[in-house]
Design a binder for this molecule. Structure first.
Ligand code: HEC
Ligand code: HEC
Length: 463
């Protein structure tokens, strides 16, 4: 095995960081949550994406005036600018590295699960909050340009992105289709089989879900088709360099990773709450929302309800992009324990239903998980509650948070800007008219009057 691990410079600080930020979890699967977090931060499960020398030259590909600013900046500042541009969070132990990539002693940067699953809200890295600023396509394009100049070999992402779009809007990725495309070349035991690539893929970008929901769910993914388990979490590792034996070798580490994910708690709303208004909101929520989203507090319950597409009427592409055969193949493979996991989960969500609609997610910590809906098309909770006022095109400010509407601070538009924008800039706009990006549907809040909506918004902050 050629695993690269980053060295632990200061074990005491690390220990404090884990305990303070992440707590220590107990795990039903026998895994160790604290170790799970370490694997995520230190184990490179994929081939490296680029080296430090490439990272440090990325600024040379930027548009002006940013490039000029970077050229004059000291190296530490330039690295910080690069992290901001690509949506990376400085590592608490060493700000020249990021939480989203494992950086080896040899300077090699390797994407980890946290690339999509570790973001920031109001400048705070909340464990398990999706990364709503990740600019994977822009990073990959610019890495490729620097590698050409430095005469370095392309990695799997550099080549993959020539075949598949990685993410057409910052903060969302085509992750589901990466999985489908890679599973094409495996049999049920994950042995590598040579097959021509698929040309029928329905590309679409998704907003990753919050990891602290994992403990409340019995099935996984927005259409609920996969049963929970540590193996299914390993799909992201399906690159050809990882043969079937690697998956078996790493299974125990993924028990730890699953334990860590299952131990995460939703973050508390950091601001003030109008308790009386929230209490009224709780009543409205109980009448209009709880049948799908469950109840909260000490005796809360989560129904994990799958809502047929015709009723929810949100963007259909995610559902259409996986065929019945794709879903069945995943569940019948090593990832789904050859069908055993799915059969166990059928008790809660019948297989015949899975894949016909979207599951109403738990709403714990929902204030922190903007943008909303599975494709990340709705920037704030206020917009979710006002279906007619959702923007056609929006762009978030760099790191701004909208306390009043609860979610991303955005600029709203009726159309994309007329001038031709550099790709990195264009991807900062979310255009809901593009395939897979519709912000329509989930019209249930239309039954509420304005006072009820304001009360529900206040209540959602308490979850
Ligand atoms: C390129 C972005 C990306 C990377 C990298 C990534 N994920 Fe995800 N993950 C997603 C997206 C998008 C979804 C939602 C998929 C869906 O619902 O169809 C998801 C879903 C999940 C879920 C299901 C949550 C739920 O409530 O249904 C878990 C758990 C998860 N990922 C764990 C992992 C682990 C562990 C890794 C690393 C081995 C990983 N992910 C790597 C984007 C990513
Ligand atoms: C009939 C079931 C149903 C009802 C009733 C319902 N929802 Fe939903 N809700 C869903 C489903 C399904 C989704 C996921 C849709 C998607 O992502 O495409 C969702 C998504 C959401 C989201 C976005 C979550 C996220 O993280 O992206 C919020 C917030 C929400 N609902 C709040 C409410 C509120 C508030 C009410 C009551 C006014 C309500 N819902 C009523 C089914 C329902």
């Amino acid at each position: 095995m050629n695993d690269r691990r980053i060295e632990r410079r200061n074990p005491f600080l690390w220990a404090c960081f884990f305990v303070v930020m992440y707590g220590v979890g107990t795990a039903a699967n026998g895994g160790d949550a604290t170790r799970g977090r370490e694997h995520l931060l230190m184990h490179a499960y994929l081939p490296a994406d680029f080296d430090q020398e490439v990272f440090d030259e990325l600024w040379t590909t930027w548009e002006e005036p940013l490039r000029e600013r970077a050229a004059r900046a000291p190296i530490a500042e330039r690295r910080r600018m690069a992290m901001d541009r690509y949506g990376l969070t400085p590592h608490p132990d060493d700000p020249s590295r990021s939480l989203q990539y494992v950086v080896g002693a040899d300077g090699a940067w390797t994407m980890s699960c946290l690339a999509c699953h570790q973001g920031q809200v109001q400048g705070r890295a909340i464990p398990g909050v999706p990364n709503s600023t990740y600019a994977l396509e822009t990073l990959t394009e610019e890495v490729r340009a620097v590698k050409v100049r430095q005469r370095k070999a392309f990695g799997h992402m550099d080549l993959g992105s020539l075949l598949l779009p990685l993410g057409t809007t910052v903060g969302t990725t085509n992750a589901v289709i990466f999985g489908v495309a890679l599973m094409r070349h495996r049999d049920a035991d994950l042995a590598i089989v040579q097959r021509p690539p698929r040309f029928d893929l329905l590309h679409h970008d998704m907003d990753a879900p919050a990891w602290w929901h994992y403990r409340r769910r019995k099935s996984l993914y927005v259409d609920g088709f996969a049963a929970k388990g540590h193996r299914v979490l390993m799909q992201f590792l399906l690159v050809k360099e990882n043969g079937p034996e690697k998956f078996r070798d790493w299974e125990d580490e993924f028990r730890d990773i699953e334990a860590w994910i299952a131990a995460l708690e939703p973050p508390r709303w950091p601001g003030a709450i109008d308790a009386a208004l929230a209490e009224r909101g709780r009543g409205v929520f109980g009448r209009h929302c709880a049948e799908c989203h469950g109840t909260y507090g000490a005796d809360g319950g989560y129904p994990e309800r799958l809502v047929p597409l015709a009723e929810i009427a949100t963007d259909p592409v995610r559902l259409q992009s996986l065929s019945e055969a794709d879903r069945a193949a995943l569940n019948a493979s090593w990832f789904g324990h050859f069908g055993a996991e799915r059969r166990a989960a059928d008790v809660d969500l019948p297989a015949r239903e899975a894949g016909t609609g979207y599951v109403a997610p738990p709403l714990d910590g929902v204030w922190a998980t903007a943008p909303y809906l599975h494709n990340g098309s709705v920037p704030t909770l206020w917009h979710l509650l006002h279906p007619d006022a959702r923007p056609v095109v929006w762009r978030r400010s760099a790191t701004g948070y909208d306390d009043r509407r609860v979610g991303l601070e955005v600029e709203e538009r009726d159309v994309m800007p007329a001038e031709k924008l550099p790709p990195a800039e264009r991807r900062r706009f979310f255009d809901t008219r593009k395939p897979g990006k519709s912000a329509a549907g989930h019209d249930f809040p239309a039954a509420l009057d304005d006072a009820e909506k304001a009360a529900v918004l206040e209540y959602l902050k308490t979850l």
